[in-house]
Design a protein. Structure first.
Length: 450
C-alpha cells in the first residue's frame, strides 16, 4: 500500500495542511531527494532540452507552500511511494517545478486522441478540447498513470465516485490545455532529459542496473501503467515548469515591509509545531486490529508485528515507521488519536478506506516558536511564490475559458470554466482523502495523495 498526500483547502488565515493515507506524508530525513529540473531559471527562450545537467538534486533550504502554510523548520513534504518516491525539495527552483507538477496535474501522453469533425460528442467520449476528443477509456488510462505516480485512487462509494470522475476529466482537460500552451511557446523536452530523470528515480529507489530497471517496469505493470507513460509524464512536468516560469516572470517581487507584515499575521503558523515520531500498522478488519492491540499489550514487539501483519507496503519493512510528523500532516481522525496519546503508548484502531490503523507514539518533540530572523528567507520565498501563483491562476483561468472544453454529461464538472483554486502542494483531483490514499486531484492541480 503506497503512501499518498491529501491536500486540504483552508481559508486564508488557516494552515495549509498535508494529510496522509498511511496516514502520513513521507518525511523521512534519510529519504533520497529527486528533482526533475529543466536547468532554466526562466523559460522565455523556447528550446529543446537534451542535457542530463538539466536534472539536479535539491539543496537544503526552507520549504514554502501556500499563504498560510508553515514556513519554519517543519514544512509539509509530498511523498510518493510504491513506484516513485520523492521528498518535496526545498530550493526555489525545485519548488517551482514540483508545485507546477502538483498544481497542474499535467499527465499527458497516455494513448492517442480521436479526432471528430462532428459538433456532437461521440457516445464513448469523456470530453473534447481544441478539436481533440478524449474517450472514457483513454481517461481511464490516464488515471492508471496518476495512480502509479501520484497515488490517485477512485473512491469506493458511489456517492463520491461521480465527483471523482468529473474532477478527473477536468484535471486531464486542463493538462491538455497546458500542454498546448507549452507547445505554442516552443517549449519541448528532449527524450534524453526525460529518460535521465527516470533513470535517476529508479537508481535512487531501487538501485543501479538492469535488474532494478526490470523491477521498476514490473511495478508499473502491477499498477496498470507503463514506462512510456511515465516518460511522457516526466516530459510534461519539465515542460510545465518552464511554462510556469514564462507565465510568472517578473511577478514575484517582495518588499521587506511585506515580509514583516506577513510575519505579524502568520507568526503562529510559522513556528515548528509539536511533532511526534509515530509507528503504524494497517490491517484489513477491526477484528485484526483488535488482535494487534491485544498482542502488543501482552508484550509483542511493535516493529515485528508491523513487519508480519501490516498491509502497508510503504512502511511495513521499516517496522511501521511513519517518521516524525506534526498533527497537520495527518488525517483528522488519525491525528486526533495520535496527538491524544502519551509517548510510548499505542492508540487506535482508526479506520480509513484502506483498512484499520493501529499506531504508537514513540517520541514527542515540543513546539518551537518562530522568530523573524529564522523564518525571514523562507517566508520571503513563500510570499514570492504566492504572487507567482496568483498570476498563474489568473492566466490559467483565461486559458480554460478560451479553450471551450465540451464535456459529456457524465463527466461535466460543476464549474467547468473555473480555474483551479488550490494552495501549493494540494492534490490534483478534488476531495481525495484517506489515510493511505486520498481521492482524485483538483482540476488542473495535483492528484490527491495522502
Amino acid at each position: 500500500m503506497s503512501l499518498r498526500v491529501e491536500r486540504e483547502k483552508k481559508t486564508d488565515d488557516e494552515e495549509a495542511t498535508v494529510k496522509t493515507s498511511s496516514p502520513s506524508t513521507i518525511e523521512d530525513e534519510e529519504a533520497d531527494v529527486v528533482d526533475l529540473q529543466d536547468g532554466h531559471d526562466e523559460a522565455e527562450e523556447p528550446a529543446e532540452s537534451d542535457s542530463p545537467d538539466d536534472l539536479s538534486e535539491s539543496d537544503d533550504g526552507e520549504d514554502e507552500s501556500g499563504e498560510d502554510a508553515e514556513a519554519g523548520p517543519e514544512s509539509p513534504k509530498i511523498g510518493l511511494k510504491d513506484v516513485i518516491r520523492a521528498k518535496l525539495p526545498k530550493t526555489r527552483k525545485v519548488r517551482v517545478i514540483l508545485l507546477v507538477v502538483l498544481l497542474l496535474l499535467a499527465s499527458g501522453g497516455v494513448g492517442g486522441y480521436v479526432w471528430y469533425d462532428s459538433q456532437r460528442l461521440p457516445d464513448d467520449a469523456a470530453f473534447r478540447v481544441a478539436g481533440r476528443t478524449v474517450t472514457a477509456d483513454q481517461l481511464s488510462g490516464v488515471l492508471e498513470t496518476w495512480r502509479a505516480m501520484y497515488g490517485v485512487q477512485p473512491p469506493q462509494d458511489e456517492a463520491t465516485l461521480g465527483k471523482f470522475r468529473k474532477d478527473s476529466a477536468k484535471a486531464y482537460a486542463v493538462s491538455l490545455i497546458l500542454q498546448k500552451a507549452a507547445q505554442d511557446r516552443g517549449i519541448v523536452i528532449g527524450d534524453k532529459v526525460a529518460q535521465d530523470a527516470l533513470t535517476r528515480l529508479i537508481s535512487q529507489q531501487l538501485g543501479e542496473g538492469t535488474e532494478a530497471h526490470d523491477k521498476f517496469v514490473q511495478q508499473l505493470g502491477n499498477v496498470g501503467t507503463s514506462e512510456p507513460a511515465v516518460i511522457e509524464e516526466i516530459k510534461q512536468q519539465l515542460a510545465l515548469s518552464q511554462l510556469f516560469d514564462a507565465v510568472t516572470k517578473g511577478s514575484g517581487d517582495v518588499s521587506e515591509q511585506e515580509v514583516k507584515d506577513a510575519f505579524a499575521r502568520r507568526r503562529d503558523q510559522l513556528g515548528t509545531p509539536e511533532r511526534r515520531e509515530i509507528g503504524n500498522i494497517v490491517v484489513r478488519t477491526r477484528e485484526e486490529a483488535d488482535q494487534v492491540i491485544a498482542d502488543l499489550s501482552h508484550g509483542a514487539k511493535f516493529e515485528t508485528v508491523a513487519q508480519q501483519r501490516s498491509i502497508d507496503t510503504a512502511t511495513r519493512d521499516k517496522g511501521g515507521d511513519l517518521g516524525t510528523l506534526s498533527r497537520s500532516q495527518l488525517q483528522d481522525d488519525y491525528g486526533k488519536a495520535a496527538f491524544g496519546a502519551a509517548a510510548g503508548t499505542v492508540f487506535g484502531p482508526v479506520q480509513n478506506q484502506f483498512g484499520w490503523n493501529v499506531g504508537r507514539v514513540n517520541e514527542v518533540t515540543a513546539p518551537v516558536p518562530a522568530t523573524f530572523e529564522k523564518v525571514h528567507d523562507s517566508l520571503k520565498q513563500q510570499l514570492k511564490m504566492e504572487k507567482m501563483l496568483a498570476v498563474w491562476r489568473s492566466w490559467l483561468g483565461d486559458q480554460i475559458k478560451s479553450a471551450g472544453v465540451e464535456y459529456a454529461d457524465e463527466y461535466r464538472p460543476d464549474n467547468p470554466d473555473a480555474a483551479p483554486d488550490v494552495k501549493p502542494g494540494e492534490s490534483p483531483v478534488a476531495g481525495q482523502q484517506g489515510a493511505a490514499n486520498p481521492g482524485p486531484p483538483s482540476p488542473g492541480q495535483p492528484a490527491p495523495s495522502r
